[in-house]
Design a protein around this ligand. Structure first.
Ligand code: MG
Length: 247
C-alpha cells in the first residue's frame, strides 16, 4: 500500500527537503581536487546539525557516513573517508535528512575540477535529464511504472544502461516506504499514482553495462565493467498538476 500524505505531512517532508538541498549545494561547491570525501562528510553532518536535523544515513543498517560519496565507477553507497578527489573525477553525493520525524532524500553527481572528460560530462547530463523525464510522469492518474519507463527510455536511447539492483522508493515517516520504484519497466503498469504520494526517484545510469558488484566493505556498489556511473535523486510529491519537487 502506498501511503497518501496530508498537506501538513508534505510540508514537513519539504522542511527536511530544504535541508537536503542546502547540504547538497554546500557539499557540491566544496567538492574539489585535493579534498577528501571524509571532509565533505563532516561538512554535511555539521550543517545538518545546525538545522537541528539528523543525518538519516548515519547508522542506518550500520552505514558509517552522513552522506554517500561515490567516485567514478562507484554507483552508490560510497563510504566517505580517506579518498582524495582528483581533477577529472566525478562524484555522486547522496544526502538523507530526518527532521521532526519526516525524511527527505536527494542526490547529485558533480564534476571535480575543470578537466572532466566529455563522456563523463555527457553521462552526468543524461542522468539528470533521465530523472527529470521520470519526475514529469509523477502525476495523478499515471501508473507507477510510467516513471520507470520514462527514465529507462531516456537513458537507453542515448546508449547508456540503467542499474537494476537499486531502486527508488516511497518516503515519509520512514526513509524507505512502499513502493519500490525501479528505473526500468513497462509503461501503463504498476500502481495508480494519486495526489499526496511522496516518492524518491533516483536513476543510477551507467556508461557501460548495468551489472554491478559490491565491494568487500559490504556497502559500495561499483559497475562490474568499472566504467562510470552517475546518480541523481529528488523527493517528489504527486499532485493533480505539476509534480512538486520537495528537495
Ligand atoms: Mg533514496
Amino acid at each position: 500500500m502506498i501511503e497518501i500524505k496530508s498537506e501538513s505531512e508534505v510540508s514537513l517532508i519539504q522542511e527536511a527537503g530544504r535541508i537536503v538541498k542546502a547540504v547538497l549545494e554546500e557539499v557540491s561547491s566544496a567538492a574539489a581536487p585535493g579534498v577528501t570525501t571524509g571532509e565533505l562528510d563532516r561538512k554535511a553532518e555539521e550543517l545538518i546539525k545546525r538545522f537541528n536535523a539528523r543525518p538519516a544515513f548515519k547508522g542506518y543498517k550500520g552505514f558509517p557516513g552522513s552522506i554517500c560519496a561515490s567516485v567514478n565507477e562507484q554507483v552508490v553507497h560510497g563510504i566517505p573517508g580517506k579518498t582524495v578527489l582528483r581533477a577529472g573525477d566525478i562524484l555522486s553525493i547522496d544526502v538523507g535528512v530526518e527532521k521532526k520525524g519526516f525524511y527527505a532524500d536527494a542526490a547529485v553527481t558533480v564534476e571535480i575540477g575543470d578537466t572532466v572528460s566529455r563522456g563523463a560530462r555527457e553521462l552526468i547530463k543524461a542522468t539528470r535529464d533521465a530523472l527529470n523525464a521520470g519526475i514529469k510522469k509523477a502525476v495523478q492518474g499515471n501508473r507507477l511504472f510510467d516513471i520507470s519507463y520514462a527514465v529507462q527510455d531516456y537513458a537507453e536511447r542515448l546508449g547508456y544502461s540503467v542499474v537494476r539492483d537499486f531502486v527508488g522508493h516511497g518516503i515519509g515517516r520512514k526513509m524507505h516506504e512502499e513502493p519500490e520504484i525501479p528505473n526500468f519497466g513497462k509503461p501503463g503498469t504498476g500502481s495508480r499514482l494519486r495526489r499526496g504520494m511522496v516518492l524518491a526517484i533516483e536513476p543510477m545510469i551507467n556508461q557501460g553495462g548495468f551489472e554491478i558488484e559490491i565491494l568487500s566493505n559490504g556497502w559500495t556498489a561499483v559497475t562490474k565493467d568499472r566504467k562510470l556511473s552517475a546518480h541523481f535523486e529528488h523527493t517528489v510529491c504527486v499532485t493533480d498538476k505539476e509534480p512538486k519537487i520537495l528537495t
